[in-house]
Design a protein around this ligand. Sequence first.
Ligand SMILES: *[C@@H]1O[C@H](CO)[C@@H](O)[C@H](O)[C@H]1NC(C)=O
Ligand SMILES: *[C@@H]1O[C@H](CO)[C@@H](O)[C@H](O)[C@H]1NC(C)=O
Length: 448
Amino acid sequence: MNFIIVFISLLSLVSAIHYEPNWKSIDSRPLPKWYDEAKVGIFIHFGVFSVPSYVDEWFWDWWLLRPNQQIINFMKKHYSPSFTYPEFGPQFTAEWFNANQWAKLFERSGAKYVVLTTKHHEGFTLWPSKFSFTWNSVDIGPKRDIVGELEHAVRAHGLRFGTYHSLMEWFHPLYLKEKGSKWKTDLFVRTKIRPEMEELVNTYKPDIVWSDGDAEAPDTYWNSTDFLAWLYNESPVKDHVVVNDRWGIGTHGKHGGFHNSADRYNPGVIQKHKWESAITIDRHSWGFRREATLTDYLTIDQLLFQLVSAVSCGGNILINVGPRKDGTISPIFQERLTQLGDWLALNGEGIYSSKPWTTCQNDTSTKDIWYTSKPEMNSVYGFVLNWPTTDSIHFGCLKIEQIQSVQLFGSNEIINFNANGNGIDVHMPRWTPDQPIKHCPTFKFIVK
Ligand SMILES: *[C@@H]1O[C@H](CO)[C@@H](O)[C@H](O)[C@H]1NC(C)=O
Ligand SMILES: *[C@@H]1O[C@H](CO)[C@@H](O)[C@H](O)[C@H]1NC(C)=O
């Protein structure tokens, strides 16, 4: 009897690990498995900055905090001198926002999760937050709960839902006051940020809490470990939520869940800790920019380079699109995501749930080949960026005696190969225009 009670209480101890509000304890939590398996996510920057949609989503800051001549000229030319940024709020109409259409596009892209800017540095919440009185998408602008609609649609399409959330707010009076007094008091965090984050988590139950806007203040000001202990111990998402590493000065690449480090981080070498590369399809901006031209957007080959190089080195990739203020996603983003979806439909076996190939991540002999692996299937995948111009492709990291067979995704032909130096040469089958392979041909090697 006693033995059974002891046994049962031991069991419950194991299953209910309690996290303490310090980094040692927070960092000891294993990352829920789904995140590493998913590999590909879509990032959405949508907010009041989508109204001017000029230069980038830091518009308000560029205009008033560290004046940028391009933006000052733009405001002089198009707006009266008395115009204030909050007046963009009612113009953020989102009248064509259709969460179901967005979710359908994201599912079509092959992504497994979606992260929305629920509140950017401008402080405008895309949900009716009790802590953002009149500066939210239900009181003005769309008059809709954008977070709620998207959360519902994204999950109905079988994808996970994440919430980007900015800790700082450029112009919040309390924030500015506490910044001015070097973070000696923390009323902004206690009365605004913490309750707002709990509201966000309790209402929309995000699979990812993607934190940002932390970098001016120490994590002790943000009370980050206390929030994370609540998230991991008590919140409704405690068992499957993942978080990033932007929780205050010095936490990037060091604390939290997966590491984002800097924007567009892509180290090109294998990393010990799980990481994510957050990139933009419009090279220069996260928010929609009306002045962007065709060459500002990544081509599908450039996008695939970002994807396969990140995954080969143990990363996920978070690919950003910026919708227009009316809620539409421009056809150039649609095309890129659709091309990505076509490629993943053919080659996704080498991406989803893959592991880095510890032997080699990329081939220096060509600089164009990246590898992943699935040890449980004895397979290694080789991604050949850029269409090969020769009949055979040299894979410098593979030895002839290791290889049982070679397959090219999208082709039924027998693939021949032979030893060449330390590596192997693989012969491309004849290309026919009706072949589904259009970009980055991917080979699957069964190894002994
Ligand atoms: C951190 O948050 C908890 C819970 O709200 C609170 O009790 C504590 O005083 C906060 N600590 C700091 C340093 O703000
Ligand atoms: C992989 O590519 C990166 C970036 O081009 C390079 O720095 C690195 O040396 C390459 N690694 C290998 C093993 O080829």
